[in-house]
Ligand binder design. Structure first.
Ligand code: ATP
Ligand code: MG
Length: 306
């Protein structure tokens, strides 16, 4: 999160009034300029933060994600066979593989949407089967096909998320302002979710995740896919910042340029099995390939002949 004074200095008049209301700062001086109000609110935010009432845990468990011997069957189909995977705070791991490899299934088990056939998953040290509430509390998930409450306005959805996660109201106003700017969502705050385009829905869900305090444990299923170049740029930059400040991020993708530019290491799946894992440098050395694309092709059926 940016420094408060920076976020406040970029707020519209309407947002400043909302922030004042959230902190119960009386707006009696009608002649107060926007700059004066912004200064006053910056002081108030510092004061609120100093009270320390809302200090939240600043660390997540290491590993933040732990998947052990995961198997998931759908009838006769084995979607994931024997997956072991850890994501530590401060790293972005790419789960890559061809269509049907088992990536989405893995993320759905990890977020507690479906149950494992056998094996286990833990988030922030909590086993999903034994402590589902604690495990789900930390995880931020963007599904492959985003869905959300169509009859809520974007602003209503964001306040709803803030309430669910006990985010103090003034922080929710600050975060809404910062992230709606970052993801170019400002003009859609009053739109109904059901009317948003695919990419804007994805942005709204992302801002929803970032209403909560850092550090995060993120499970993102093809997060770049629906975004335009500006949205993709903003998200990639933000994910790198989050990684650098201690969040743990697992991304499934088959857009290999994105994976290569963003991820610290990779787990490559093919037809339910892990067929490779490591960093780009390790793939280069062990497989004598020059890129993630070549490693991917080599490990998932061979590089096609010209
Ligand atoms: N609910 C389900 N019922 C039956 N089979 C399923 C279900 N969900 C997934 N599968 C099967 O499990 C396998 C893995 O699917 P999954 O969606 O995890 O792949 P993926 O790696 O995410 O692929 P993609 O790159 O196309 O998104 C596929 O064979 C798929 O048909
Ligand atoms: Mg998928």
């Amino acid at each position: 999160m940016l420094k408060h004074e920076h976020v406040i200095s970029k707020m519209s008049g309407q947002e400043l009034v909302r922030l004042a209301q959230a902190m119960k700062v009386p707006l009696t001086q009608r002649t107060m300029s926007k700059e004066e109000l912004a200064d006053r609110l910056t002081d108030e935010v510092l004061h609120f933060e100093k009270l320390g009432k809302y200090s939240l845990p600043t660390k997540i468990a290491d590993p933040a994600i732990e998947i052990r011997k995961l198997r998931k069957d759908f009838g006769d189909t084995v979607a994931v066979r024997n997956l072991n995977l850890k994501v530590r705070p401060g790293e972005i791991v790419g789960l890559v593989g061809p269509n049907g490899a088992g990536k989405t299934t893995t993320l759905r088990v990890l977020t507690g949407i479906i149950r494992a056939t056998s094996g286990s998953v833990s988030v922030n040290g909590y086993n999903m089967a034994e402590n589902p509430t604690e495990a789900k509390e930390r995880i931020g998930y963007i599904p492959e096909r985003p869905t959300c409450y169509p009859n809520l306005r974007v602003s209503e959805y964001l306040s709803f998320v803030a309430k669910v996660y006990d985010v103090p109201q003034y922080r929710a106003v600050l975060r809404t302002s910062e992230y709606s700017e970052m993801f170019q969502l400002r003009r859609f705050m009053d739109s109904y979710i059901g009317t948003l385009s695919k990419g804007n829905l994805q942005r709204a869900l992302l801002v929803g995740i970032f209403m909560r305090p850092e550090p995060y444990v993120l499970a993102l299923d093809e997060p770049i896919y629906g975004l335009d170049p500006r949205g993709a740029w903003s998200l990639k930059g933000h994910l790198r910042d989050l990684r650098d400040s201690g969040s743990a991020i697992l991304i499934s993708t088959h857009i290999l340029e994105v994976a290569e530019a963003l991820c610290d290491r990779f787990v490559i799946m093919n037809e339910a099995d892990v067929v490779g894992r490591g960093t780009i440098e390790e793939f280069r050395k062990d497989l004598s390939v020059s890129s993630l694309e070549e490693a991917f092709l080599e490990l998932t059926g061979g590089i096609p002949e010209e």
